[in-house]
Design a binder for this molecule. Structure first.
Ligand code: HEM
Length: 811
């Protein structure tokens, strides 16, 4: 990148200086009103779409996509939005003026078909199914007793955009069930044709009515905050998309602008799911016909660490913590919500019928040592809310990722334009911090009802909502915010004329590049054996060895359900019960207990104990747990536990296994084919990849090897030499990181045509970046550090001996 002739005055500068990543500002200095009128003017220039209402963001987006030549693809996207609008509108109106609206809706539904491949009978059938589904979803409202804010602590909290998708998803799921029950699955293709007709571009009057009516519609969202956040230009051919990675992931792939964006579906590795009704019902029966065991029972029998924890001999606890930070960058699968947008209370065993069909509580065995029965007559369940259904057509339940799927530091910068704005100071490119303690922390948030600590120990506003899930995340959030600000100060002093936006985007691009380099160069090599790194082209290149030429527009970077709901959760096995604090001289300052601190933030406010810096030292200086089938006590018993109230939380491992069933993952044995492992017909066939002890343990819970849940299977495989994971988990993880690398147009080592990436010198400068140096530069106490930052036994070197990123190549 060449920033020398930076033109701060507007987009036109782009033409003059091709090699400049953001020669225009991303958000030119305009008032909201001006922005709107500018967009309107642009829209009006386009005769074909002159009817479009520029105040409707969705319509603008559809419009722009069509202009880009997206054609059918664009309208597929629009179909999703417009279907949501139509259903929302219909339900809302029907509640108040049902007699008038239903006929109107029917008329609308029968707008003459433009692609008449379905007949009127089918249209009527589909309309009836939608009608009944809406009735059913609507009448379910009474089932949800309201839950006081904060009573149900959750990490997977849906944002407003996801909630809107759930509304459509819930209705389509029920409508699908009605259709299939009556007419069989064969009708679904035609039913989807009918949906497509409703959103056909030619149905202009229909569309404009929906758009106007939407203003008064309601959905599952909480009342909107009123914040209006302006995104980047909608056209992927706008020059800004050559230079800047958008916050939402939009236009990363120019052919498929919304692919792998925030709030879009996950992928399926085998293109299929394992629902017991083939559509949405959680798998609950063994291949032998007996019921599948409760996932808490599986957790108790297979995953209890007992009294002999296995510590890793070589990997430190920081490897665990960075793994979770990576997870929070790339995946946020939100949980379903109640109709008023609040968290569902899926605690009681009867909640699927008394609260919501989106409840999937996990029964605890009657002899459970921690989750003991509620009373002599009432069994205990561990609460679980199903992952939010974002299906956009008739058919199978579909889960979404609320964050951008890309490895783009959205954990710091956010995945929506509003989130991005909330973390910025809008002065000199800096991110906000809270300095009330005398040291930097992320900015506080005072209205997070999930945060169990109260005034003055608030949780924080960063790019990802889950920052306070446990205190170990906060040292990393703090360091990366500080690193951004450190670079921003340097840039400002070298380029005093640059405005806030220019500095912010410039630094953000370097931060993402550094992060990608750390993940591929330092984190993954500690996780995967050399064979997987090589086979999946995950190795970074050496300085001076050119650029990466593997960008593939056909590669979908989206997360696979298998990675998100199973394989990458291996990290739960690495977590210790005790999180150590150490000072700069390696002196122990004690430890805090994980189970006592889930969604409590007070640890980071402990000034006398060194705040977040001694926590960071503790992560570096203590061993991670071995990746195996055993999990520490708090992970298996105390997630979200309210202090002093035993069994008020959940078992994360029982949740992981159940989550796998919830999202329709196939049983473990089905994935062995893609890895090239032998088929499994009987227990003996597992012998080449499982120890005899693990096979014997599996037999105690599963009636047949074909029943083994993916999560348990993955953490019970024998690890490949040189890595921490077994063959199937390694494959699923490696496949995902290949997709994130080759499917990302802005991957830092890339040089892609019509995309302004980094120059060779800049790529090489990033290739020299070390996470250890970032820690050195952004802490007061660290002066010596592990040269191999994730190696427990690494040599210690002085911070001054590790080179800092050299901004001279960028400025
Ligand atoms: C103390 C450490 C950790 C805690 C307390 C924790 C907690 C959680 C919780 C509560 C969930 C949501 C489960 C659900 O509702 O399905 C979750 C999901 C997940 N965790 Fe962890 N986790 C930890 C560490 C890690 C690590 C080290 C990794 C990876 C190396 C990881 C990877 C994931 C992934 C991929 C998900 C799925 C996220 C999603 O679906 O949005 N976690 N974790």
């Amino acid at each position: 990148m060449d920033y020398i002739n930076f033109n701060a005055e507007g987009m036109n500068g782009c033409a003059e200086k091709k090699n400049n990543i953001f020669c225009s500002t991303f958000y030119p200095k305009m008032t909201q009103k001006e922005k709107c009128s500018q967009e309107k003017a642009q829209d009006e220039d386009d005769e074909e779409y002159e009817d479009e209402d520029d105040e409707d963001e969705d319509a603008i987006q559809c419009n722009a996509m069509s202009r880009e030549g997206g054609g059918q693809k664009a309208w597929k996207f629009c179909a999703v939005i417009l279907r949501a609008l139509s259903l929302v509108e219909w339900v809302n109106k029907r509640r108040r003026i049902m007699p008038f609206v239903v006929p109107t809706f029917l008329v609308l539904l029968f707008v003459p078909a433009l692609r008449a491949t379905v007949n009127d009978t089918t249209r009527k059938i589909v309309q009836d199914a939608l009608f009944d589904a809406l009735n059913s979803v609507d009448s379910a409202t009474g089932l949800e007793p309201s839950v006081p804010d904060g009573a149900i602590v959750s990490s997977q909290v849906a944002n407003a955009e996801s909630k809107k998708l759930q509304f459509t998803g819930d209705v389509l799921e029920v409508a699908t069930q009605f259709l299939v029950k009556k007419y069989g699955v064969g009708i679904l293709t035609d039913a989807n044709e009918v949906l497509a007709e409703l959103s056909a571009p030619e149905s202009a009057s229909f569309l404009s009515q929906l758009r106007t009516k939407r203003q008064s519609s309601s959905d599952y969202s909480n009342p909107p905050s009123g914040q209006v956040c302006q995104g980047p230009p909608k056209s992927c051919f706008d020059p800004v998309h050559d230079r800047i990675r958008s916050i939402t992931g939009y236009c990363n792939n120019r052919d498929k602008a919304t692919q792998a964006n925030a709030v879009t579906p996950i992928r399926r590795l085998l293109g299929t799911t394992s629902y017991s009704d083939s559509l949405q019902a959680i798998r609950n029966a063994s291949v032998t016909g007996s019921p599948l065991p409760s996932t808490r029972l599986i957790s108790n029998k297979l995953h209890d660490e007992g009294s002999t924890p296995n510590f890793s001999p070589s990997v430190n606890h920081l490897h665990m913590q960075i793994g979770q930070f990576i997870a929070h960058d790339i995946i946020f699968m939100p949980s379903s919500v109640a109709k008023d947008g609040s968290n569902l209370n899926c605690t009681s065993c009867s909640s699927p019928t008394t609260v919501s069909t989106n409840c999937a509580p996990i029964p605890a065995p009657s002899d459970d040592k921690y989750f003991t029965p509620v009373s002599k007559t009432e069994a205990r369940c561990i609460r679980l809310t199903r992952a939010l259904n974002g299906q956009s057509g008739f058919g199978v339940r579909t889960q979404i990722d609320q964050n951008t799927h890309y490895l783009d530091m959205s954990v710091v910068y956010g995945s929506s334009d509003c989130e991005a704005q909330n973390v910025r100071s809008f002065s000199n490119g800096l991110l906000k911090t809270y300095t009330g303690m005398g040291y930097a922390l992320p900015p506080q948030t005072k209205n997070d009802t999930n945060c169990q600590s109260k005034n003055p120990y608030y949780c924080f506003t960063v790019g990802d909502f889950r920052n306070c899930l446990h205190p170990g995340l906060l040292p990393l959030h703090t360091v990366f915010i500080k690193e951004h600000n450190r670079l921003a100060v340097k840039v400002k002093s070298a380029r005093s004329s640059w405005n806030d936006e220019q500095i912010y985007q410039f630094v953000r691009s370097i931060m993402v590049a550094q992060w990608q380099h750390i993940v591929y160069n330092e984190y993954l090599p500690k996780l995967l054996s050399d064979k997987y790194l090589t086979d999946f082209k995950l190795k970074t290149m050496k300085p001076g060895s050119g650029s990466f030429r593997g960008y593939d527009t056909g590669m979908n970077a989206a997360l696979s359900g298998e990675f998100a709901a199973a394989a990458f959760r291996f990290g739960h096995s690495q977590s210790r019960q005790d999180f150590a604090r150490q000072d700069a001289t390696n002196k122990s300052l004690g430890a805090y207990d994980l189970g006592y601190n889930i969604f409590y933030s007070d640890q980071v406010y402990q000034k006398s104990l060194g705040g977040t810096e001694t926590m960071l030292m503790g992560l570096i200086k203590t061993a991670a747990m071995q990746v195996d089938r055993y999990f520490s006590f708090p992970i298996r018993n105390q997630l979200f536990e309210i202090r002093g109230q035993n069994a008020s939380g959940v078992d994360l491992i029982a949740v992981n296994i159940m989550r796998g069933r919830d999202v329709g993952l196939l049983p473990y044995v089905k994935y062995r084919d893609i890895v090239g492992l032998p088929k499994v017909q009987n227990w003996n066939d597992l012998a080449s990849t499982f120890t005899a002890g693990n096979i014997a343990a599996l037999k105690t819970v599963y009636a047949d090897p074909a029943d083994i849940d993916l999560y348990s299977g993955l953490v019970m495989e024998t690890p490949i030499s040189g890595g921490q994971l077994g063959p199937t988990a390694s494959w699923i993880v490696a496949e995902q990181f290949r997709a994130l690398k080759t499917g990302d147009r802005f991957y830092y080592e890339n040089q892609v045509q019509n995309t302004v990436g980094f120059t060779q010198d800049q790529i090489d400068a990033i290739r020299r970046v070390k996470l250890a140096k970032i820690f050195c530069e952004n802490t007061d106490i660290i002066t010596n550090i592990n040269v191999d930052v994730f190696d427990l036994n690494s040599n210690q070197v002085s911070c001054s001996s590790i080179p800092d990123i050299d901004l001279k190549w960028f400025l």
